[in-house]
Design a protein around this ligand. Structure first.
Ligand code: ADP
Length: 266
C-alpha cells in the first residue's frame, strides 16, 4: 500500500510537471504570436498613410501643383495623414514604454471632483461650434484618489474626445462620478452611433477600429483606448464599455479611493 501511495504521488507530480511545461510553451507561443501580429499590424498601419502620401505627392508632381483648387486640397490630405502618422508613432512609443515597465507613474493624492470639472470645462470651451451639450452628474463632494494627473488627463481626453467624435450634432454627453464602497466609477455616455455588442470588448485592443475607413477619416489610430486601458489598470482600476447601436455608448472606469481613515490608524 505504501509503495502504491509513493507511486501515485510520483505519477501525480510527474503529470503535473508535464502540464506546467506544456502550458509554459503555449504561453510563450501566444506571446510570440501576439508580438508577430503586432509588428505586422504596425507595418500595415504605417504603410497605409505612406501610400496615400505617395499617390498625392505623385499627383502634385505630375502637374496638380498648378491647379489652384486641387493643390491646397491635396496638401491638406498630406498634412493630415502626416499628423496622424506622428500621433500613431507617439502612441506606439508610449505603449512600448509601458510594456517595458520603463514607464513610472507620478502619483499624488488628488481630489477627483475639481480635476474632472477642469477637464470638462476645457472640452466645453473647445467644442463650442459642434453644439454638444455636457451634462455633469458629479456630486458636490471630494473623492480622493492616488493618481498621476497627466496620465489620468490622457485617459479622460481619449474617452471624452471619442464621445465627441461619435456624437451627433446637438447630442448630449453625460459625465458621471458614482461612489462605491472603496472606489469611484467614472462614466462618459454619448448619444452617438454606438458599438455592436460583440465588438464591445475589442475596442480596447491595439489597432482595433469598428469601421477602419471611417475612423481613419476622423483621424483615428485605434490605439487611444488601448493606451487608456493600460493607464487605468496601472492605477489599479478597471475599464469597460456598454452600448446600444444607434443609441449611444458609455465608457466606465474605476479608481480606488484613498482610505484616509485606515491610513491614520496605520
Ligand atoms: P480611434 O483612434 O480609432 O478612435 P480608439 O482606440 O480611441 O481609436 O477607439 C477604438 C474604436 O472604438 C474606434 O475606432 C471606434 O470604432 C470605437 N469607439 C470608441 N469610442 C466610441 C464611441 N464613443 N462611440 C462609438 N464608437 C466608439
Amino acid at each position: 500500500a505504501n509503495f502504491s501511495a509513493i507511486y501515485d504521488d510520483h505519477r501525480h507530480s510527474r503529470t503535473s510537471g508535464i502540464i506546467t511545461v506544456l502550458s509554459d510553451v503555449t504561453e510563450d507561443e501566444k506571446v510570440e504570436q501576439e508580438r508577430r501580429e503586432f509588428v505586422s499590424n504596425v507595418s500595415h498601419e504605417l504603410r497605409t498613410p505612406l501610400t496615400t502620401l505617395r499617390s498625392y505627392l505623385e499627383a502634385l508632381t505630375d502637374g496638380a501643383w498648378k491647379d489652384p483648387v486641387i493643390a491646397p486640397k491635396f496638401l491638406e490630405v498630406i498634412q493630415n495623414e502626416t499628423e496622424r502618422m506622428i500621433r500613431m508613432v507617439n502612441s506606439l512609443l508610449q505603449l512600448s514604454r509601458m510594456d517595458s515597465k520603463e514607464h513610472t507613474l507620478h502619483r499624488e493624492d488628488i481630489d477627483f471632483t475639481p480635476f474632472f470639472h477642469n477637464i470638462i470645462d476645457r472640452f466645453e470651451m473647445n467644442v463650442k461650434d459642434e453644439k454638444i451639450n455636457f451634462n455633469r452628474q458629479i456630486p458636490n463632494k471630494s473623492f480622493h484618489v492616488w493618481i498621476d494627473k497627466d496620465r489620468l488627463t490622457q485617459v479622460l481626453d481619449n474617452i471624452i474626445s471619442n464621445a465627441v467624435k461619435y456624437s451627433p450634432d446637438g447630442g448630449t454627453i453625460t459625465l458621471k462620478i458614482e461612489r462605491h464602497i472603496r472606489q469611484i466609477v467614472v462614466s462618459v455616455r454619448d448619444e452617438g452611433i454606438g458599438i455592436e455588442y460583440d465588438k464591445l470588448d475589442k475596442i480596447f485592443d491595439r489597432f482595433y477600429r469598428v469601421d477602419k475607413a471611417r475612423t481613419r477619416q476622423l483621424g483615428g489610430t485605434g490605439l487611444g483606448l488601448a493606451i487608456t486601458r493600460e493607464l487605468v489598470e496601472a492605477h489599479y482600476g478597471r475599464i469597460w464599455a456598454n452600448s446600444k447601436e444607434g443609441k449611444g455608448t458609455t465608457i466606465y472606469f474605476t479608481l480606488p479611493l484613498i482610505n484616509h481613515k485606515r491610513r491614520r490608524e496605520i
